[in-house]
Design a protein around this ligand. Structure first.
Ligand SMILES: Cc1ncc(COP(=O)(O)O)c(C=O)c1O
Length: 393
């Protein structure tokens, strides 16, 4: 390995949301002594090419207004073609300061108050929060869980759309937290149903660069034209290269009318260009950091397998199925714990480990936790040891 993903970098003295105790204590009942494997960012040093490009900006010494240049757009087009087989056109590419802000702008642009929005629970909770904050109604299509492998209940999907006159479906692909990378047939089926009932598909593909061997990512933008033209894809280099702090995300819209409407919203608030750092980081990431990413995925694959073996050997009754994509492990503690209260006692009070509680993602997640394994393997092991020593002592 060329890059050292085992390196421990102390983030606790920075303003890191994940690591700074003064920040995470607001989530974890005042606790300030937790080992954090929760919020979805990585504890690895950023790829050298990206650090060098940001350093060059600093050395130049001026951080004035910037623009996105030709190379920026070409880097985005080539990356998406090479790694995901998406045929992007330059004009489809829009910038936002985060996928979650984009979801909010989309909701505000394409729906009215009291309109219904469909999500597939358990799912990344800001989908629900963004919907409710905008006074829209949330409708849930629960995923089917068969021994930890999640699939879609298409009958319920269509029924919920009809019964609630749903206007937008927010898809999570790859799915956070259950780790599925939806296959073409599943996407087409959902896409057809949405088309039939005039539902706009918003495909959150922020984790789409983090796919493990034997799985293939399919972007909604690679489906046939009618489906491609009924979607907005939200993505970013932030999960891929650990750049969440740069607030740089990408929105792709193929259909002219949908794109114009969305652009109009952005123009109203003058959200037009990414930051100086954002532009340079995207170019350095997409043009010069593919090798780093491939090594990162191998390292994450090691952690993903380590968790599997560890649980099998040390935690009888705990269930975990390796994710197909993302760096998030979705672990079922229902057989060994009684209720949510107990999960908090085990993780926060006794093991001193901060994870995401499954119930945050919807009631279907009760009894589960989501563990972020984008950290040195030694940290994953330390967290699992602590939990094992509490439950299986
Ligand atoms: C599915 C999904 N969408 C969006 C985000 C956050 O995106 P952003 O930081 O660009 O708002 C996350 C972060 O964990 C995520 O998992």
């Amino acid at each position: 390995m060329k890059y050292n993903f085992d390196e421990i970098i102390d983030r606790s003295k920075t303003n890191s949301r994940k690591w700074n105790p003064e920040i995470y204590k607001n989530i974890y009942n005042g606790k300030t002594d937790l080992l954090p494997l929760w919020v979805a960012d990585m504890d690895f040093r950023v790829a050298p090419a990206i650090l060098n490009s940001l350093q060059a900006v600093l050395t130049h010494g001026i951080l004035g207004y910037t623009t996105a240049d030709k190379e920026y757009f070409q880097a985005i087009i080539d990356w998406n073609k090479n790694r995901k087989d998406i045929d992007l056109k330059k004009e489809w590419i829009l910038f936002t300061n985060g996928v979650v802000p984009a979801l909010n702008y989309i909701i505000q642009t394409f729906t009215e108050e009291e309109d219904s929005i469909l999500i597939q629970t358990p799912v990344y909770h800001p989908f629900r929060i963004s919907t409710e904050n905008n006074n829209r109604k949330i409708v849930t299509n629960s995923l089917i869980n068969t021994n930890g492998y999640y699939t879609i209940d298409f009958n319920d999907f269509e029924k919920k759309i009809i019964d609630n006159n749903v206007k937008i479906f927010i898809l999570c692909n790859p799915h956070n937290p259950v780790g599925r990378v939806w296959v073409k047939e599943e996407l087409e089926k959902m896409g057809e149903i949405c088309l039939r009932h005039n539902v706009l598909v918003v495909s959150d593909e922020i984790h789409s660069d983090l796919i493990f061997k034997d799985n293939k990512f399919t972007s909604f933008l690679t489906l046939k034209d009618e489906l491609k033209n009924n979607c907005i894809v939200c993505t970013a280099p932030s999960k891929t290269f650990n750049l969440a702090g740069l607030q740089t995300s990408l929105i792709f819209i193929a259909d002219n009318e949908i794109r114009d409407k969305y652009k109009n919203t952005l123009m109203k608030i003058r959200l037009e260009t990414p930051s100086t750092f954002g532009v340079e980081a995207i170019k350095a990431g997409y043009l010069h950091s593919a090798e780093w990413l491939d090594e990162l995925i191998d390292y994450l694959d090691g952690n993903r397998r380590f968790i599997e073996e560890y649980i099998k050997e040390n935690m009888p009754g705990v269930k975990y199925l390796k994710p197909e994509g993302t760096y998030l492990a979705w672990i079922d503690f229902r057989n060994v714990l009684k209720d949510e209260e107990t999960l908090e006692e085990i993780f926060e009070d006794k093991a001193k480990v901060a994870i995401d509680y499954g119930s945050w993602f919807g009631e279907e997640g009760t009894g589960y936790i989501r563990l972020n394994f984008a950290c040195p393997k030694s940290v994953v092991k330390e967290a699992l040891d602590r939990v094992k020593n509490v439950i299986f002592k």
